[in-house]
Design a protein around this ligand. Structure first.
Ligand SMILES: [Fe+2]
Length: 313
């Protein structure tokens, strides 16, 4: 037997020690990343701000708060406090692009957290997680084609949740168009049901967007390209969506790895142009309860200042 093969030799003992240290340090780095992503960054709520020249000329600026993917659980006090603090941003209008709850028992906590935001002009659409109680699924499933929900999967109380928000004045934009009066400015809004669950029926709201309004805003949960194409073709100025969680776990300083829909990974969060229509994809405030981790993708809401088209060079 050579020295290389003999585990009792000094050289073999040094090699074994190096391998053990590499494994230990790799394990420690993984544990640190897991701790950081699930405890620190998951609760590092932030407000992403941008100015968008989408209003008709001579219209006063509007502050639009876009919230999405709260995935609220009754015990998530820090998240509820963050949502409660958003009224301090003094938005003029609030639009919620779905996946609002992760527990059927979350409605009272949600309504309490939204608080004064519900007194503002607002609207909402459902996300896929507003219809079904969350179930564990392997991370690999995010890379596979979307499959129908099992018929046995327990349902979320969407009718109760949408009724609670609507009772305060927010408009249910599920396959609906509406004209909101936002401090004297006419804002046209329209929304679809969720495309991820194949519930979007764009034909129910199809037609040219309302040109009597100062701005035309589309809302949908999952930013599937075929839905965005229809909104853009109908003349909407801005589309709001969520669902992607911004990729949720990203390569630091790099792109998202997956969007969980047909959207390109570079559009997984933030603003981009979609065939002449501005698109804002929210990285969302929460995570699903079975993957409570965010890395290089802070939980966020968007505060979009809408200004006249001719006011930004
Ligand atoms: Fe979500």
């Amino acid at each position: 037997m050579s020295e290389n093969q003999d585990p009792t030799t000094p050289r073999a003992r040094r090699a074994a020690g190096t391998a053990a240290r590499v494994l230990l340090s790799g394990g420690a780095m993984g544990a640190a990343a897991l701790f950081y992503g699930s405890v620190v960054e998951r609760n590092a709520f932030t407000v992403r701000r941008a100015t968008l020249p989408v209003l008709d000329a001579s219209t006063p600026a509007l502050r639009l708060l876009h919230i999405s993917d709260l995935h609220l659980l009754p015990g998530q006090r820090r998240k509820q406090a963050f949502v409660r603090s958003l009224a301090d941003l003094r938005p003029d209008i609030v639009l919620n692009t779905g996946d609002t709850l992760s527990s059927p028992r979350g409605i009272p906590a949600l309504m309490s957290a939204l608080g004064p935001l519900l007194e503002l002009p607002g609207g909402f659409v459902p996300g896929n997680n507003d219809y079904y109680v969350p179930q564990f699924k392997t991370p690999l499933s995010y890379f596979l084609p979307n499959r129908p929900q099992p018929a046995t999967q327990p349902r979320m109380p969407w009718a109760e949740l949408s009724g609670a928000m609507a009772s305060k004045g927010w408009i249910d934009l599920t396959h609906a168009r509406a004209l909101l009066d936002v401090g004297g400015v006419r804002v046209a809004v329209a929304g679809t049901d969720d495309a991820h669950l194949r519930r979007a029926r764009y034909e129910r709201i199809a037609g040219a967007a309302d040109t009597s309004a100062a701005v035309r805003i589309a809302v949908t949960h999952s930013p599937e390209p075929y839905v965005l194409d229809r909104f853009a073709a109908d003349g909407y100025d801005l589309a709001l969506a969520g669902h992607t969680h911004g990729g949720q776990v990203r390569v630091p300083l790099g792109p998202a790895i997956v969007t969980n829909c047909g959207l390109d990974v570079w559009r997984a969060r933030g603003l981009s142009d979609w065939k002449g229509m501005a698109l804002n994809v929210s990285a969302g405030v929460g995570t699903g309860p079975f993957a409570p981790i965010r890395i290089a993708c802070r939980p966020e809401v968007s505060l979009l200042t809408l200004v006249p088209r001719n006011s930004v060079a």
